[in-house]
Design a protein around this ligand. Structure first.
Ligand SMILES: Cc1cc2nc3c(=O)[nH]c(=O)nc-3n(C[C@H](O)[C@H](O)[C@H](O)COP(=O)(O)OP(=O)(O)OC[C@H]3O[C@@H](n4cnc5c(N)ncnc54)[C@H](O)[C@@H]3O)c2cc1C
Length: 394
């Protein structure tokens, strides 16, 4: 067993891990970012849609953008439509090429001074008393003890780092969306909008999506509630029916499966010497299932807080709690509101969903393409939503 020592070890080179590593390295810290896979960004388990707000965390580079979208079209169970776009703007969203995007973020971390290693998997936590002191990792047939003042679990939906460190990250079946997605080509030309489709028959306790990826290519996928997923209700079967209906002549070039945590944030994202970021912290919007921006935002806060902790040589839970306070303030409220709204939506059958949906049908223009702005606009158009949300809270 070989030993090494750093200021920070980040486990997982997704968007959350790379932004954490980049931010901490920019502040002069000695950072190592480890990724178990041999290629960063592969396999892609994502529909790749993000709001234009991504430019708050990274400079846009069209090398990793496969499509620019004007907005989204949401289809209710009876076919009524809500067209959502940004007031006065042609660009509301991007469809990423995550194969390249995730690599680009890791390269950014390297440019900032981080040491990035692929084929390096964490398999346990080093703890002394209650303080996390590093991780055990396996790389190229060698076992390594990577000591660090702070460990960051950015290891995605299947995260084990949190559990090893004593944080309860268990997910109930009902809090997971089971997804299947095809990358299809030879389909009708790009509509310029991402499309979401709701209805019990299309995706029970979930939805189907189409994100254009270029002239004749789309990500088409279905996510269904984990609690309804069984031998008779498989995400893949729903995807086959949906894809056949929408793109009868389309050709499948990639097939992927994945899970999205919809539980809302874990109860605690910090312990002594340990932080959880991104999907590992369940920082995913429970309504949309989107987690890329939340992972990047959380990663930025984590890197900044860790830099202060290193400067003060204080790695206690109390010191690192600044991370939790900040993410709660900066994007936590919308995740908690999303959980309430998710409960509201999941309790509606198709008929009730249509009733809920009809007052929203038509064009909605919002000032910024964020969940916060959307929720505000929805409440304006259908005040009953606010009433139901308030009832659920008390
Ligand atoms: C089908 C599907 C569609 C989605 N579509 C969207 C979308 O359109 N928009 C959106 O915003 N979000 C979407 N998401 C969610 C989004 O993909 C995640 O929220 C986002 O990737 C989270 O980033 P992350 O850095 O936290 O984790 P990840 O991107 O999952 O990265 C975690 C990394 O950790 C590595 N790792 C795990 N364990 C270890 C270990 N022990 N040692 C070393 N490395 C390890 C993994 O290999 C992985 O590279 C989708 C998810 C799915 C499944």
């Amino acid at each position: 067993m070989r030993d090494e020592k750093h200021d920070v070890v980040v486990v997982g080179a997704g968007p959350g891990g790379s932004i954490t590593a980049r931010t901490a390295a920019e502040k002069g810290l000695d950072v190592v970012l480890i990724e178990r896979n041999s290629e960063i960004g592969v396999p892609v388990k994502c529909a790749e849609g993000v709001s234009r707000e991504i430019d708050k965390f990274v400079k846009i580079d069209y090398n990793w953008i496969s499509a620019v979208l004007k907005g989204t079209i949401t289809h209710g169970p009876d076919g009524s439509e809500v067209v959502l776009s940004v007031d006065g703007m042609d660009v509301a969203m991007y469809v990423l090429e995550r194969r390249l995007f995730d690599k680009f973020l890791a390269q950014d971390a390297i440019r900032a001074g981080a040491d990035v290693r692929v084929k390096t998997a964490a398999y346990g936590i080093i703890k002394e008393q209650e303080q996390v002191k590093g991780v055990y990792a396996h790389a190229a047939g060698e076992d390594i003890r990577i000591f660090a003042d702070v460990v960051v679990g950015a290891d995605g939906v299947e995260s084990r780092v949190g559990r090893w460190g004593g944080i309860d990250t268990r997910l109930r079946l009902a809090d997971v969306s089971t997804c299947a997605q095809y990358l299809m080509c030879d389909v009708e030309p790009n509509t310029g909008y991402g499309e979401l489709f709701f209805g019990e028959e299309i995706a029970p306790r979930g939805y189907a999506w189409i994100f254009p990826k270029g002239e004749d290519t789309v990500n088409v996928g279905v996510g269904i509630g984990g609690e309804v997923s069984d031998e008779n209700h498989r995400a893949l079967a729903y995807l086959n029916a949906f894809a056949r209906d929408k793109f009868p002549d389309g050709k499948i070039i990639t097939e992927i499966y994945g899970a999205v945590p919809l539980s809302g944030p874990v109860y605690e994202t910090v312990s002594a010497g340990l932080l959880l970021v991104g999907d590992a912290a369940r920082h995913v919007n429970p309504i949309t299932g989107g987690g890329i921006l939340e992972a990047m935002h959380g990663g930025k806060i984590a890197g900044e807080v860790i830099a202060k902790a290193v400067q003060e040589k204080n790695f206690s839970k109390r010191r690192l709690m600044e991370y939790e306070k900040r993410w709660k303030k900066e994007f936590g409220r919308i995740l908690y509101a999303g959980m309430k709204a998710k409960q509201l939506l999941l309790n509606l059958d198709s008929k009730d969903f249509n009733e809920f949906f009809h007052p929203l049908a038509g064009d909605i223009k919002i000032k910024e393409f964020t969940e916060r702005a959307l929720l505000k606009e929805m409440i304006k158009k259908n005040p009953k939503i606010l009433l139901s949300l308030v009832r659920m809270m008390f």
